[in-house]
Design a protein around this ligand. Structure first.
Ligand SMILES: [Zn+2]
Length: 324
């Protein structure tokens, strides 16, 4: 069966089904929410239901459903960042192509993945197409960090927010589909904070747990660091640049746990396996300092997407965390 399967996003799916049924589908969407919670999968599912002729789409059996499932449908284009950014040429290419009629079906679908990585010129360049979209074309922007998008872009799209998936839904799906019986499954689901994609990545890549161990070691040692250690550490951390988003998530989860612990909300803690270390560090930081650390990490995330030198950014954030 070549039916796209979306897990834990029933509210969004029902809404989209409704607008398709009532023929009220707009020409551009912004699917926003954290990584790995089904935004791209849902965009592909929408492509299937829009182009499938079955009474109850998607059928998963027709040529269109099969081609969308295999991502080789001539009317489906997926635009992704090249070396971490979506550049103006990529947008110009798609703008030339979008005015041709669909080859096979009703709609041409353009999915722009990681739209928060669109450089500003590319976003400005895209405005014209968003303002005057050709018939029979649908553009779906997929973004994690909406603040990286220009308000003029956001206002031209129909915005759909994706909620995090309930941990039990992720667990049931992984156990049913992959017979996943990893002893760390609960921890991995917690670390992924409602992201099925992230949990799958953790399961497939044991190095991520090793990276977590190193980062937690680093956080616990922050008070003892000196400038020399910081330069050395930022060079080491740069090795993980392909998994930077996970690195930042792990850092954020730690400081978030410290806040929860201050309020005695232990049930909601992510890093449950490190409760002793968390308790020890909780007494070291004030709530104000923890909030400052969280803001520093969030700021780092935005600067990283703005293409600022990674090693310098890492040095900078470590110095600031040391000086909290
Ligand atoms: Zn079909």
């Amino acid at each position: 069966m070549n039916k796209i399967e979306v897990i834990g996003q029933d509210i969004v799916l029902n809404y989209l089904k409704e607008i398709v049924k009532n023929k009220k589908v707009g020409s551009s969407f912004l699917f926003s929410g954290s990584k790995g919670i089904g935004k791209t999968t849902c965009a592909l599912w929408l492509a299937q239901i829009l182009n499938c002729k079955d009474k109850n789409p998607p059928c998963g059996k027709c040529l269109s459903c099969i081609k969308i499932y295999n991502k080789n449908h001539p009317d489906l284009t997926i635009i992704e960042p090249i070396s971490n950014f979506i550049k103006i040429d990529q947008i110009r290419d798609f703008q030339k192509e979008i005015y041709y009629k669909p080859y096979l079906n009703n709609y041409k679908i353009y999915i722009i993945k990681d739209a928060h990585k669109l450089i500003e010129e590319a976003q400005n360049c895209m405005l014209k197409t968003l303002e005057e979209p050709p018939d029979a074309s649908i553009i779906i922007l997929i973004a994690e960090i909406e603040s990286s998008l220009l308000p003029t872009v956001i206002s031209r799209c129909q915005k759909i927010n994706f909620a995090k998936i309930i941990p039990q839904d992720i667990k049931d799906y992984l156990i049913n589909k992959y017979q996943a019986a990893d002893s760390n499954l609960d921890l991995l689901i917690n670390l992924s904070k409602g992201s099925l994609g992230k949990t799958q990545k953790f399961l497939q890549n044991p190095n991520l747990l090793k990276m977590r161990a190193k980062i937690l070691d680093l956080i616990l040692n922050i008070p003892n660091l000196n400038l020399f250690n910081i330069i050395e550490l930022s060079n080491k951390l740069e090795e993980y640049k392909d998994n930077l988003e996970y690195m930042l998530e792990i850092l954020l989860s730690w400081f978030r746990d410290l806040i929860l612990l201050k309020y005695n909300l232990t049930d909601y803690i992510i890093n449950k396996d490190k409760i002793l270390e968390l308790k020890e560090q909780m007494n070291f930081y004030s709530l104000w300092q923890i909030n400052k650390a969280i803001n520093l990490i969030l700021e780092f995330k935005i600067n990283f997407y703005r293409n600022i030198n990674l090693r310098l950014l890492l040095q900078n954030i470590l110095i600031k965390l040391m000086e909290l």
